[in-house]
Design a binder for this molecule. Structure first.
Ligand SMILES: *[C@@H]1O[C@H](CO)[C@@H](O)[C@H](O)[C@H]1NC(C)=O
Ligand SMILES: *[C@@H]1O[C@H](CO)[C@@H](O)[C@H](O)[C@H]1NC(C)=O
Length: 599
């Protein structure tokens, strides 16, 4: 009890900032409300009001990743016994240091800092066999990077299965209030209390599962973990900035709305946007959105409703928006009768605002010479010979055995590919040891047909100053799915998103015809900056990336490859790594993953 009291004071002081303290929002005698805030006390060290002209801090975290049985007997992979892991809260220019220890037997781990630019530290991006050696059982890897840009980010295991099984958490970078472009439209920005990180609860662990997991459906959505209903405490008449993170690892867009309240969207993927009023917001997996909610009602408690779509269609979850002094006990009692959440979106009349529709604060309409790149994405049935099922196509970086059924499934359902290839992780981390990568693994984007294997390391070479214009075309011959892509290290300007209203597949020739007939509308006026985009089925999304930093950066479809082969390209920009760094990083090579099946 002593601990809780001490920490309450700390938290109240931090959030205080001259305004009312947290305690005044809680119904009397409800100390338990603060449980969530006290869980991560050892990590509050860097959470503070960000000020000008003060020395940045070093923010240290220790992450111990291990399988844990949750309170409902459900197994999960947790960080320090919890999922989500400790929220990282820092100020711009702080140095974030995270020592990750893996206690997951027979599995390889690495942590990706989703949305972080890794300026000057491209080898901290967390992609096994691209930027680092994977972290094996009992090993540790110390990540360190500078919080260069403010915004709402998150972290997750690079492997989709580990991520889905619980290895993820919020990462928020704050800056001095006067630098926030929209600080005039809200009163409170409490990133610690007012962040909602949304995940999906699967009926079983995906890690090391030997059957095809693509058919698994989540049981439920969860916000800030699988505990009590999260509560956002507000005072009537004030406006609050909320940070929303879709941390679901599979293809599940979510819609969020708040009973009797509108939202103003002010940022997407950590980048400020022109404010837009919304009844509902939509986030694809990996997307983040910052919204402002003004407590316009007199008093009461209101549901924040989250509804899944796509792979999470039909599953929902809730949080509560509670006005100061309101006794919400009755609300919790009612909750059990309020079953059908899906009815709370009226699609006809309620505007749904998504990240790709927003406008950034930066105009880009000046003429630029661009390098066009075509990525044709589709599910293709590939010819796999019997002898090939011996995993020869599977990455050296990923445990092979869980993918065995996928190899079988390839023949029936096909596999999502880019330009008819799947990505092959190299035999050594390419950023550190480019010369040791086997020459036969490479294929250049656009010339993939020269490679006979179905997997190759698809590389797009770029140089500082290049502006890449990448057309991601979801051709739609073999599938009706939409795909979500994430760009590592860079933000992309989204200049076009289009879906064929005739519901007809598009070939490369169709796209080129549209292009040469001037039928492709590019929006260069304030296009949104995003690191996570969706590519509609039988449609396209066109992005521009201005190359200004070296590194080896994945543009990957995280949601395409759950039980199948990786879907990604590697954008390589020359980047010498200092010898001192090379010497200090762990070595690996001729890497052989453990034999999961034989245990
Ligand atoms: C809140 O309401 C419940 C009944 O709905 C009641 O039992 C409880 O005592 C109330 N709490 C306070 C602090 O008034
Ligand atoms: C896509 O949808 C169309 C129309 O509903 C259907 O005829 C077709 O079989 C679907 N294709 C696949 C690959 O599911």
């Amino acid at each position: 009890m002593k601990v809780i009291v001490c920490c309450l004071i700390i938290i109240a002081n931090i959030s205080n900032n001259g305004k009312a303290s947290l305690e005044s929002f809680a119904p009397t005698g409800a100390n338990i409300l603060f449980e969530d805030n006290t869980k991560n006390l050892d990590h509050v060290s860097c959470y503070r009001p960000c000020k000008f002209n003060v020395k940045p801090k070093r923010c240290y975290y220790n992450f111990k990743i291990e399988p844990t049985v949750q309170s409902d007997d459900r197994p999960a992979i947790t960080i320090n016994g919890q999922s989500p892991g400790p929220p990282i809260q820092a100020c711009v220019n702080d140095i974030i240091v995270v020592e990750v220890e893996s206690r997951v037997l027979d599995q390889d781990m690495s942590i990706h800092w989703h949305g972080i630019e890794q300026k000057g530290t491209p080898y901290m991006d967390g992609v096994p066999m691209v930027t680092q050696c994977p972290i094996g059982y009992g090993q540790t890897f110390k990540y360190a990077f500078v919080a260069t840009s403010p915004g709402t980010f998150f972290y997750h295991a690079d492997s989709v299965s580990h991520h889905s099984d619980g290895v993820y958490g919020a990462l928020i970078i704050n800056q001095p209030q006067p630098l926030e472009p929209h600080s005039s439209i809200y009163d409170y920005d409490r990133s610690k209390e007012n962040t909602l990180i949304i995940a999906a609860k699967m009926p079983e662990l995906l890690t090391a599962k030997l059957e095809d997991v693509s058919k698994l459906k989540p049981d439920a959505l969860i916000i800030n973990g699988d505990g009590d209903i999260p509560k956002i405490f507000v005072m009537a008449g004030f406006a609050y900035r909320l940070r929303l993170i879709n941390a679901i690892a599979i293809e599940c867009p979510i819609i969020l709305n708040i009973d009797h309240h509108e939202m103003i969207v002010i940022a997407s993927d950590g980048k400020p946007t022109k404010p837009v009023l919304a009844r509902n917001v939509e986030l694809y997996p990996g997307e983040r959105m910052d919204v402002v909610v003004r407590s316009t009602q007199e008093s009461g408690g209101y549901w924040v409703r989250v509804m899944g779509n796509g792979g999470c269609a039909g599953v929902t979850t809730k949080a509560m928006l509670i006005y100061s002094g309101y006794n919400y006990t009755s609300m919790l009692e009612e909750e059990q009768y309020d079953i059908d959440d899906t009815q709370h979106v009226n699609w006809e009349s309620d505007l749904v605002v998504g990240g790709q529709m927003l406008e950034s604060l930066q105009d880009q309409s000046h003429a630029t010479e661009v390098k066009p790149v075509y990525l044709g994405i589709d599910r293709n049935v590939v010819k796999v010979r019997q002898e090939d099922i011996d995993f020869r196509y599977i990455s050296d970086a990923i445990p092979k055995k869980p993918y065995f059924p996928a190899a079988l499934a390839l023949r029936e359902n096909g596999v999502v590919q880019i330009n008819h290839k799947n990505f092959l992780y190299p035999n050594v981390p390419i950023m550190m040891r480019p010369k040791d990568v086997r020459a036969d693994m490479f294929c250049n984007v656009g010339e993939e047909h020269k490679q006979v294997e179905i997997q190759c390391m698809q590389v797009l070479n770029a140089e500082g100053g290049d502006v890449l214009e990448i057309a991601l075309v979801n051709e739609g011959f073999g599938s009706n799915d939409s795909y979500t892509f994430h760009m590592h290290g860079y933000s992309m300007q989204v200049i076009a998103t289009w879906q064929n209203p005739k519901d007809k597949p598009i070939s490369k020739e169709d796209f080129q015809a549209l292009s040469s007939n001037g039928k492709i509308m590019r929006n260069l006026q304030n296009p949104p900056f995003k690191d996570t985009i969706t590519v509609p089925n039988k449609g396209y999304t066109i992005v521009r990336i201005k190359i200004d930093r070296g590194g080896s950066w994945l543009l990957e479809c995280r949601s395409c490859a759950l039980s199948s082969l990786p879907v990604a390209i590697l954008i390589r920009v020359p980047q010498p790594i200092p010898k001192s760094v090379l010497d200090s990083l762990p070595k690996c090579g001729s890497y052989r993953p453990p034999d999961v099946l034989l245990n």
